[in-house]
Design a protein around this ligand. Sequence first.
Ligand code: GTP
Ligand code: MG
Length: 197
Amino acid sequence: LFARDVDFMRSAVSLETLPPPDLPEVCFAGRSNVGKSSLINALTNRKGLARASNTPGRTRELNYFNVDGRLFIVDLPGFGYARASKTDIARWQQLTKAYLRGRPGLRRIFLLIDSRHGIKAPDIEVMDMLDETAVIYQLVLTKTDKLKKGELSKVAEKTQSFIAKRPAAFPFIVHTSSEKKEGLDVLRAEIASLALP
Ligand code: GTP
Ligand code: MG
């Protein structure tokens, strides 16, 4: 799937400007700076496709990518950024929550968690909301290159037992490093299984 065409399609700042839901789609959600845009670039093997940056709050719109005419990938703005203004937080909540709750065609939400930090309060808030909707979310532990093996397995174990009690959580977690290109094939296979044939 990812060896084929991947194109930036559009940025949406409101639900009205989303593309028509003509394809299945998956999205990347998570706290600011967790590595959403970097992971999309790593998965698609295209460096500057999604704009990644050191500055939390880089992605401010819903960015749509068309993968081979078979699937949309959506890069979402991050949440839980402490220094964000109240207006920004309110905007995120309105737009992204409405999107996550009610987007037709949304097949899976990848909820990214920084493996150094594990699940935090803002993640739980989002999971609480998602457990009320019908869409399955799957946790992805990112930046695994930053941890030692033992540290990573501790976080993984904790995260796994946390989602076991969550009704809409996909039962297994993916570990990725965009930096070291690890865990990408597992995630690519998951995504490919949700795309049009
Ligand atoms: P927002 O758009 O602000 O919500 O952030 P984001 O989740 O899209 O994060 P982004 O991809 O912009 O990455 C944030 C920072 O983390 C950048 O400095 C990246 O280089 C770094 N980063 C992302 N993925 C990895 C990874 O796998 N390993 C390491 N070491 N750094 C990473
Ligand atoms: Mg981003």
